[in-house]
Design a protein around this ligand. Structure first.
Ligand SMILES: Cc1cc2nc3c(=O)[nH]c(=O)nc-3n(C[C@H](O)[C@H](O)[C@H](O)COP(=O)(O)OP(=O)(O)OC[C@H]3O[C@@H](n4cnc5c(N)ncnc54)[C@H](O)[C@@H]3O)c2cc1C
Length: 386
């Protein structure tokens, strides 16, 4: 397995890095202060630069490149902040990939070019008040009536709720219990009967909106069915790629915290010498570096093995879990190494630590991923209900 970046990939990484360092820090600071989502203008700028849907087919406005390329782009932008990176995350790793892999041609033609230009963001709406880890307990129901699906139910914790132009909504499309009855439809903002609850506020993730979503007899055209009932497995296959996006966000936050603190430890002096000259500090730095390298290799393995298809549940779960734990550890250590300055809002570490924590809950809690890993190892699902 070769993870060496090609000359083109190195050039891509370098150009995104230059762009991100030059144009994004001020915008990221403003988003963090005001807790407002990325502007349409920035989304369109990403679209012009080709950063949205870089791994989607060129015939839908995408870059026709690999998931590995998408990882390189997302990491550089997410090192500035996860909020500025969110449109890139959604377009390259989010529910658009379920549309691209399983949606009908008309739906792909209608939605994906708008995503790649920055005009639209598609968010994923799976979780419900009583269906989080137990996702297959979801009760949002789509009743097929003539040419439409009449949707009723409540969703929770959707990242981008209210702000995004469209939502991939997991729902029951027939009466079969559990996973067998679940499919997904695309619901567009503005459809009569769709409304949003009050804005929820996480510990981190400022600038990424979250709210309950209410569906009251929302009439969705049949064309908007992404997968019919029985397609839950396909949705989870696409979600294996979402996990790689989650991994990239985790890695980017950890990597940027590490780079910041490595520099800080060489500048800050105590007892007449730089912090880096203390052996205990050297050990912390080395441990952070080892975890980062391992997280990066696990992520690269998952996306390189997927090529242009979808990664395996085993490799994407191992990568996500490891990166989710790494980002918590690395941002925690980095904050501690900065002493009072790490805990101060004047310095970037406290935001990074707050943003870090959420990734091990979003996209499936860490312990649920661990169950997936063992399940893949022994080749069978473990029934959590018996
Ligand atoms: C920042 C953030 C962004 C999110 N974005 C989205 C989004 O865009 N769209 C969306 O649909 N949802 C989103 N979510 C929701 C997320 O998917 C759920 O929070 C997650 O799946 C966990 O569900 P829950 O919160 O109901 O926790 P619960 O299911 O109540 O679980 C709580 C804890 O119990 C433990 N647990 C539960 N079941 C088991 C088990 N069988 N074995 C071992 N331990 C178990 C786990 O440790 C878990 O952390 C987001 C959440 C966060 C925090």
């Amino acid at each position: 397995m070769d993870f060496t970046l090609s000359d083109e990939q190195r050039a891509l990484q370098e150009s995104v890095r230059q762009f991100a360092r030059k144009e994004l820090p001020e915008i990221a600071r403003e988003i963090e202060a005001k807790d407002e989502p990325v502007s349409l203008a920035l989304r369109q700028r990403y679209g012009q630069l080709g950063y949205l849907g870089i791994n989607l087919d060129a015939c839908y406005g995408g870059g026709g490149m690999s998931h590995f390329d998408a990882v390189l782009v997302l990491e550089e932008i997410a090192k500035i902040s996860i909020a500025v990176a969110f449109p890139v995350f959604e377009s390259c790793f989010g529910p658009c990939l379920a549309i691209a892999h399983f949606g009908n041609e008309a739906l792909k033609q209608r939605i994906l070019p708008r995503v790649c230009s920055g005009e639209a963001i598609v968010a994923v709406s799976m979780s419900e008040p009583n269906a989080g880890s137990a996702l297959t307990d979801l009760t949002t129901r789509g009743r097929i009536e003539g040419d439409a699906i009449i949707l009723n139910g409540t969703k929770r914790w959707c990242s981008g709720a209210g702000h995004s132009e469209a939502y991939v909504v997991y729902c029951r499309l027939d009466d079969k219990p559990g996973a067998a009855g679940i499919g997904a439809v695309l619901v567009e903002k503005g459809m009569p009967g769709l409304s949003f609850g009050k804005r929820e506020h996480h510990m981190g993730f400022r600038g990424v909106t979250s709210a309950d979503m209410y569906f009251e007899d929302v009439a969705v055209p049949q064309e908007n069915i992404i997968v019919p009932a029985g397609g839950f497995g396909k949705l989870m296959d696409a979600f294996d790629l979402e996990r790689c996006g989650n991994t990239t966000m985790s890695l980017a936050v950890a990597q940027s915290a590490f780079e910041y603190v490595l520099d800080y430890c060489q500048q800050r002096q105590q007892f007449g010498k730089p912090l880096i000259d203390f052996q205990a500090v050297q050990l912390q730095i080395a441990e952070m570096k080892m975890q980062l390298e391992a997280a990066r290799l696990l992520l690269y393995r998952a996306v390189v093995n997927a090529e242009s298809g979808l990664p395996s549940i085993a490799e994407s779960s191992v990568a996500k879990c490891f990166a989710n734990e790494t980002v918590r550890t690395v941002t925690g250590k980095a904050m501690q190494l900065m002493g009072g300055y790490g805990y101060s809002k004047e310095f970037p570490l406290e935001q990074k630590l707050r943003d870090a924590w959420g990734w091990g809950i979003a996209g499936g809690a860490i312990d649920i991923q661990k169950i997936n890993i063992t399940s893949a190892l022994v080749g069978r699902r473990f029934n959590q209900r018996k």
